[in-house]
Write a protein that binds this ligand. Structure first.
Ligand code: 58G
Length: 239
């Protein structure tokens, strides 16, 4: 998967060279290319923004400069995404969908945003990471790159994207590691038992219990198997 990021602040993306995404880049599983929009300014002061027509506070990024930056990376089949609070909220389903694209171009705005004419001309999809306003689209772009990269074959070990939260529609079961006793709390007995079938059953029960307690809204859409319905009924009786 190739990501081209159009931004005024490419240095902000250095954090993506760490940890799992750093490894994924070294292995060429993902390619993150940063394009500094300022490089496309023709102005001697490298200005990229101007005052809004009609008046008002702040500055707006110029359409022509953003368009030139876009043309430097666009190929047929590229998907162009603008990170904006006006976009559709990102969720795990959308993340999985985006992971099937070959080339994503991510447009990061700053100041009061970008001239609407270039957005209308080049953007395929507007995406938001939640209902709040940020100073720039860079952090949302990084959230998108991180979440999408986890679905690229080889980026994370094993097949853990399939079992985890939101992919199956439930929250995760709790995890434990050494020491076996921490501040008088023992690791649940079943996990040390070696009974794989029992462990599986217990984890499913914990996942449903967790979801019922913390995110009951998720259960409304969830398609329960017969076995899971039984678990849910038993949990409801216990409370
Ligand atoms: C209003 C305010 C419209 C994404 C700012 C456009 C981007 C939040 C998100 C903007 C963002 C999000 C300028 C700064 C976009 C531009 C950018 N804020 N919730 N801010 O994903």
């Amino acid at each position: 998967m190739k990501f081209d990021v159009l931004t005024l602040f490419p240095e902000m993306f250095e954090t993506l060279n760490q940890s799992i995404l750093g490894k994924a880049q070294e292995k060429n599983l993902i390619d993150i290319n940063l394009v500094n929009i300022r490089d496309f300014s023709k102005d001697k002061h490298k200005k990229v923004d101007d005052t809004p027509y009609g008046g008002g506070a702040g500055m707006v990024m110029r359409a022509d400069i953003v368009y030139d930056a876009y043309k430097s990376v666009y190929k047929e089949g590229s998907k162009m995404i603008y990170l904006t609070p006006q976009g559709k909220t990102l969720n795990q389903k959308k993340v999985e969908e985006l992971s099937k694209e070959k080339h994503l171009i991510l447009l990061c705005g700053h100041y009061e945003g970008i001239d609407q004419r270039v957005i209308d001309k080049i953007v395929d999809e507007e995406i938001s990471i939640g209902d709040y306003v940020l100073t720039g689209g860079e952090i949302p772009a990084m959230v998108l790159i991180d979440s999408v990269s986890r679905y690229i074959e080889g980026v994370i070990k094993n097949d853990s994207t399939e079992e985890e939260s939101f992919s199956n529609g439930l929250l995760e079961y709790p995890q434990y590691t050494r020491p076996e006793i921490f501040e008088d709390q023992k690791v649940p007995e079943v996990l040390i038992s070696g009974h794989h079938q029992k462990i599986k059953q217990w984890r499913k029960e914990q996942a449903i219990k967790n979801t019922l307690k913390k995110r009951p809204d998720l259960l409304e859409k969830y398609k329960f198997s017969k076995e899971e319905k039984q678990i849910l009924e038993n949990l409801k009786k216990q409370n």
